[in-house]
Ligand binder design. Structure first.
Ligand code: ADP
Ligand code: MG
Length: 346
């Protein structure tokens, strides 16, 4: 590196975002929350408008050798809807921007858009614009999603309080194990002519990687049961990383129990096959698009009855830090090993 130049990896993803955005004080009274949550919160009249955007790059976020293009389009839309649900809002519109190299044909783009269309139909979202450009190499998809919520319904990352119960929807680590499997089969396939990968009994983890869903159902269920989380975010980078975000923003600590982390049977089998630590995969895998949220202790009975929601621990005072309690009662500090595109080792 030249003198006084800084490697991006020295800052990491979140350090970089902080540095780039810290000198932008908010000027408009309509801007309730800028950088730092799953979506920005804008106040217009009696509604809050939520805005989020995600960028997917070929070779970084997806590999067209094993991701069907329709699935890619579907997932590109879903990850944005997930961020809106994570604010307890409803996604309403998307814009889609793409950059394509000459390696891709019109039919390829049709396939991507058929996935986007399906996601829009299922989640009731309108496609309202975007941008299209040639790209020197590879495929780029960026989707921006606009959502809406009543101001009193919006849930941020910073509202967790000591004694709150920490909950997570669905199960964790499956999308990560699905990716490991796809990458392994792709390596195996290279060099074999008529290679047929054996995915029998592994459908769930593959689906979790290739065709994730946003947890609209969980948001609706919580609303129906009269439960409003004190904090919430979606699990895109891995549970460890997301827990640290909630605790940092809420100025709290947390305890989560190793034996409470929800993990599917197929995820466990696959981790064993790969000789990977299962809990590490579930805590740090990412791309689960489940909802991580906290509720007051007084909601314990209501939460207990809910299908598809697991209580995994509780919020503490900040002095206690963030830790996982192992099966034998030891406490291990939680570290962010979440996905980090700028970290060469990951
Ligand atoms: P998520 O995982 O929920 O999509 P990110 O971790 O990507 O959120 O981003 C964290 C926060 O930083 C968000 O508020 C996002 O809008 C903001 N952000 C990310 N990259 C940039 C950037 N280059 N410029 C401004 N804000 C950014
Ligand atoms: Mg998010």
């Amino acid at each position: 590196m030249e003198n006084n130049q800084t490697e991006i990896s020295e800052l990491g993803e979140f350090g970089l975002i902080d540095r780039l955005t810290k000198d932008f004080p908010l000027k408009n009274p309509e801007t309730k929350k800028g950088v730092g949550d799953d979506a920005a919160i804008l106040s217009f009249g009696d509604k809050d408008v939520l805005v989020t955007t995600d960028l997917l790059l070929e070779g970084i976020h997806f590999d067209v050798r094993y991701v069907p293009l329709k699935h890619l389009g579907y997932k590109a839309a879903i990850v944005n809807f997930s961020d809106i649900y994570a604010m307890n809002g409803t996604p309403k519109q998307i814009t889609v921007s793409i950059g394509v190299s000459s390696r891709f044909t019109v039919e390829h783009l049709d396939a991507i858009y058929s996935g986007i269309k399906l996601a829009c139909e299922i989640y009731g979202v309108d496609l309202v614009g975007g941008d299209t450009s040639a790209s020197a190499t590879g495929l780029v998809i960026s989707i921006t999603c606009i959502g809406v919520a009543a101001p009193e319904d919006v849930v941020r990352r910073d509202g967790a309080k000591p004694t709150d119960i920490i909950c997570v929807s669905g199960d964790l680590g499956a999308a990560f194990m699905g990716l490991q499997l796809l990458e392994r089969e792709n390596v195996v396939a290279a060099g074999q002519k008529n290679f047929q990968p054996d995915f029998a009994g592994k459908e769930y983890i593959l689906e979790r990687q290739l065709k994730p869903e946003a947890r609209k159902d969980i948001i609706e269920m919580l609303r129906k049961e009269g439960i409003k989380p004190t904090s919430m975010m979606d699990v895109s980078d891995g549970l460890s990383s997301e827990l640290l975000h909630i605790c940092k923003d809420s100025d709290t600590g947390c305890r989560v129990y190793e034996d409470k982390i929800p993990i599917d049977y197929q995820t466990a089998l696959m981790a064993e096959e790969f000789n990977m630590n299962l809990v590490t995969a579930a805590m740090n895998g990412g791309e689960d698009y489940e909802l991580l949220f906290t509720v007051p202790l007084t909601d314990h009975e209501k939460i207990e009855k809910l299908k598809g929601v697991t209580m995994i621990g509780y919020i503490t005072k900040p002095e206690l830090g963030c830790a996982m309690v192992t099966r034998d009662g030891a406490e291990i500090p939680i570290k962010a090993q979440g996905w980090n595109a700028f970290n060469a080792q990951s």
